[in-house]
Design a binder for this molecule. Structure first.
Ligand code: CA
Ligand code: CA
Length: 172
């Protein structure tokens, strides 16, 4: 993949993070994502799982701002995302895991409805509510459950999410 193609893919990821579509990524986008996931699974914001998800979303935002909000105005523009976040995360995928892990851990706790692990169906619901189209969500969920045991591990989700966000080539 050449760098122009890579930057196009990253630009597409920007829309995923810009949940409310107002042209920049900020704290509201992360709290909106948390709210959407909670609503999908019928979990209240005041519950332990709900609180954990909002805390994780805030940590994710702070991590994103720390690497991408170059001018410090608490907004990550498309340009800041493409040039700042994309490059730094691509050069250091481990950093992405660090900033996303708490959020993903909390999402998994919400989506793991029976306490036995996240099912592919639950993973599809998470992806759909975060704005992924149905076809992509289904493919991702099937890919995640590569061993076909009907459950998806946290490590699989973290790796796939990193790919989804463009940290690694998504089609790798
Ligand atoms: Ca936004
Ligand atoms: Ca900024």
């Amino acid at each position: 993949m050449d760098s122009a193609e890579y930057e196009r893919k990253i630009a597409a990821r920007f829309a995923t993070f810009d949940q409310d579509g107002n042209g920049y990524i900020d704290r509201e986008d992360f709290s909106a994502a948390a709210k959407a996931v909670l609503a999908e699974f019928g979990v209240t914001a005041r519950s332990d799982k709900g609180q954990a998800l909002f805390i994780g979303a805030e940590a994710f935002w702070q991590g994103m701002a720390g690497i991408a909000d170059v001018d410090g105005d608490q907004r990550v523009t498309r340009e800041e995302f493409v040039t700042g976040a994309a490059k730094r995360l691509h050069d250091n995928p481990q950093r992405f895991a660090e900033i996303a892990r708490q959020f993903l851990h909390a999402v998994i706790a919400v989506a793991d409805e029976d306490g036995a692990g996240v099912t592919p169906g639950a993973a599809v619901r998470v992806l759909r509510v975060l704005g992924s189209d149905a076809e992509v969500a289904g493919k991702v969920a099937a890919y995640l459950d590569a061993d076909e045991d009907g459950r998806i591990s946290e490590e699989q989700i973290l790796a796939a999410f990193a790919g989804y966000c463009g940290v690694e080539p998504p089609d790798a």
